[in-house]
Design a protein around this ligand. Structure first.
Ligand code: R1P
Ligand code: HPA
Length: 304
């Protein structure tokens, strides 16, 4: 039953209004969007012809509440390619609905973005991973989604995408191949991996029993974001690349004394941001090499 309680708090009209507002404030027409994970706002440093718009000034936009998430959109160019960077993302544990968490993704789509690069900080579950490794996400586990915390729950607006989207190819194989080729060329292969990211709601880090369970389920890393954004991006036909920086090893062992904390996560993110930035800059410059497959279910792209 469609009630006010379960209807989406961000309607197509809300998205349209925000998109029109942004298009009237910037001359940039980005084709690539980058979501910066915790402590990874530095990724936007290499943007030229920069224009910064703060979240608090954008109609309907949530605001960032987590340290390491600056709270602004950075428009500009990287090697001639028009981009927008989200310096600061939104999380379920901040108290936002998943509709709000993923609102920017739909705005990017309506602005004409074709490819979204989602980055995050995560804890390594795979025993071969080291702190500072970069994991190219090949798949995810939507744990909150199993419990009904899913950004596509509620009435489906066909203008964004179809009711039952396929998720078996959420992370573009071609984009993954391109980024892996680039990391080999840059000499980064010894710390770049591929793996499965699992989302938990947070805000607490995992207990050891939970971490063991996630590992048994096939998760290589765990974090509190990304999956809702990727799900909505795939729903509206964006091409997705996901990069996860392993900022800590998740303990699977009761005898280990290390305790993870957000400060450590931010510290490692900042240490590795430059490498990630080199990968991203080369990737963005070459992403047009990968053909845009319009597996687009969204019938209103580029019409705002
Ligand atoms: O996923 P991002 O936003 O990179 O942040 C990660 O880091 C925070 C915990 O330190 C959590 O928000 C977790 O999801
Ligand atoms: O170990 C972690 N668990 C969940 N989220 C995280 N984000 C960074 N590290 C972690």
């Amino acid at each position: 039953m469609h009630t006010k309680e379960n209807s989406c708090c961000c309607s197509f009209e809300d998205c349209k209004l925000t998109t029109e507002w942004l298009l009237s404030r910037t001359r940039h027409r980005p084709k690539i969007a980058v979501v910066c994970g915790s402590g990874l706002g530095l990724l936007a440093d290499s943007v030229s012809n920069k224009q910064i718009i703060h979240y608090e000034d954008i109609p309907n936009f949530p605001v960032s509440t987590v340290p390491g998430h600056e709270g602004c959109l950075v428009f500009g160019q990287i090697k001639g390619e028009s981009c927008v960077f989200m310096q600061g993302r939104f999380h379920l544990y901040e108290g936002y609905s998943l509709c709000k968490v993923t609102f920017p993704v739909r705005i990017f789509k309506l602005m004409g973005v074709e490819t979204i690069i989602v980055t995050n900080a995560s804890g390594g579950l795979c025993q071969d991973f080291k702190v500072g490794d970069i994991m190219v996400i090949k798949d995810h586990i939507n744990l909150p989604g199993f419990a009904g915390q899913h950004p596509l729950c509620g009435p489906n607006d066909e203008r964004f995408g179809i009711r039952f989207p396929c998720m078996s190819d959420a992370y573009s194989k071609d984009l993954r191949k391109l980024v892996l080729d680039i990391t080999a060329e840059l000499g980064y292969s010894n710390f770049v991996r591929e793996g499965v990211y699992c989302m938990v709601s947070g805000p607490n880090f995992e207990t050891i029993a939970e971490a063991r369970m996630l590992h048994i389920l096939g998760s290589d890393s765990v974090g509190m974001s990304t999956v809702p954004e990727v799900t909505v991006a795939k729903h509206c036909g964006l091409r997705v690349l996901g990069l996860s920086l392993i900022t800590n090893k998740v303990s699977l062992d009761y005898s280990r004394e290390e305790k993870v904390n957000h400060e450590e996560v931010l510290h490692i993110s900042k240490m590795r941001a430059e490498m990630l930035q080199n990968m991203l800059m080369t990737f963005i410059a070459r992403s047009h090499q990968v053909e845009t497959i319009n597996n687009n279910n969204c019938i209103f792209s580029n019409t705002v």
